[in-house]
Design a protein around this ligand. Sequence first.
Ligand SMILES: Nc1ncnc2c1ncn2[C@@H]1O[C@H](COP(=O)(O)OP(=O)(O)OP(=O)(O)O)[C@@H](O)[C@H]1O
Length: 614
Amino acid sequence: MTTKSIRNFYINEEQSIYLLSHHDAKKHRQWLNICKKQLGMLGYKDVELVGSGAFGFVFAGVAADGNHWVFKFSRITLAQSVRDRLEDEAFMLSQIHNPMVPKFYGFERIKKQGILMMARAKGEDLEKISLKRGRFKAHEVVALGLKLRNVLVDLREHKNGMSPQPIVHGDIKPSNIVWDSLSESFSLVDWGSSVYAQQDAYGQPVASNIMDLMSSDISQTNARMGDVYFIGDEQMSGAKSSPRFDEQGVASTLYALASAQSCRFGAQVIPASSLGLPKEFAAVIDGMLSKDKLTRDKAGDYFIRNMPTIAKAFLPELPELKRKANIPFWLSDKNEKPDTVVYSSRKQFLRRADQNQQLRDVNDAQLDRYYKEFLFDTGDTEKAFLASISRLAKYPVVGGLSFHWKEEQLFVESSLILHDDRLSRAFTDAVNATVMLAQGISQKGLFKCCLFDARQTIQLERDATGAFIFDKLPSLAFDVVDLKASEVTRPHSYFEDGKDPDEQLQLPKQIIQCVFELNQIHHTGCIIFESLENRLKIHHYYRLLDASKELQFKTLLDRIMQYAMSIEDVGVAGFMKLPYKNTREFSLCEKQKESYYPRNPKDILNSEATKSSV
Ligand SMILES: Nc1ncnc2c1ncn2[C@@H]1O[C@H](COP(=O)(O)OP(=O)(O)OP(=O)(O)O)[C@@H](O)[C@H]1O
């Protein structure tokens, strides 16, 4: 590779591309195309973007000899010290020779841009698979448990010559495991948090040679932060690196896949013992996710020692009970899938859940910036609940949700439209996990979120005087579904919830008046005005439920757009309308009840066979 040929490999911060300004979106697309083109010019065929994470973008291509390569680029927007980690990642990857780890091919640094080259792991990562399939079945989780246990053993037994030199991956989670369903094998990718362990599993120092002991400051941790949604308490609190870190990543991964969540934090409310897993296996996972270190370590030892036996159990696939979503959702047959983004009242929610009162004196701008850090101080169940809302937004879905915790009850109002019926089962699991987690929150309060299609977001730039630039005023789109009058019950009002303290934007009075008039027409939807110094974004989705009012509805939406042109203030304001008839009531539930894989699966299979032969 020559310096010149890959000079332009610069990729900016990720968001939904549809929410970037026109200029930034264009630049982002250009960069992606340049990357693809340059890799093409270097002789790689079928170049495609295969993944992106917090630290980089990952492309794949086929070399002239037919081998599949992967190119990982660090994000240029990150601090240099963070970007330098790609070189450390390259070093660690080059040290590992294991069939379950992609082969290292090389590292290049072109100006500030590092590029790590390695073999492409076959298949798809387990987070993507989990989003498509929903809860993994008992035999799948157990089989994966054994494979991951074997990787942990390999990493612990790594040697430098004759000396033990255990390796910590440091970021084991579903999206870092690429699974090939044909060969039922996987690869562990993303070695960016990997280090040589300083301690063994029992806290004894590891020093592969005397030089290590002399050169490194052994009182300091060399550990790296992994994904805060999956790492265990020791790694989070900056303890010395140990193989225990990866035990925690494995337990979190198995738990997340079994429960259709994207983090480990739900385990108090939805324990592994409630997920239909074999009893012994569930107890090990719950033990490994315990808050008590001794219990965790004991369960970890048990996992390493007994997983080969546990995995020998006969776990045939059982006939599935038809899953029902705890809150309803509708399927849309529209071809175009939304690029879903969620907007929620999470700041206020976090403030309430802030048990240590550390957020009290923090203003909103800081809260945004340090959002991740603040999450550390929030209760586990609240974290899991927020993560489950983000998981919903990974589906092509639009709609809104409102959770209201009252004395002994949880009330959920919803309007959700899923745009891909193949994802119904998985989405049902995700929705049910969200409801169960909400049932586990005892604090009184309200949480609202809207899920909208970023593709429909209207963006208008301001000129130097602050006036909006456009040739023709864009209009707010809406769907029309005619519901029978008998199905229309008391409409939910936009204003019932009062003013949201996180929404600072003062809207022109006329907009409020239009929204008030809209409220008289039967519909669901949301509209969020996000006013920045140089542009205005209007996120929205609307579903008119009374076709006879189409003209009136459209006129009101057009008027909203006209009045929006007089917005001068900066901030966010929004309204959401949900159909009142869908309010569901749930009792609070601290911990879901036990449910295990049956001891005698054959009995169930036989009784099913008898039923079907009758
Ligand atoms: N060698 C590989 N073969 C196939 N796919 C890969 C490979 N490396 C990475 N990927 C894909 O790219 C995605 C992002 O890669 P990676 O996790 O290394 O990036 P990252 O920026 O460090 O992510 P994170 O934010 O999760 O730490 C992975 O989830 C996986 O889907």
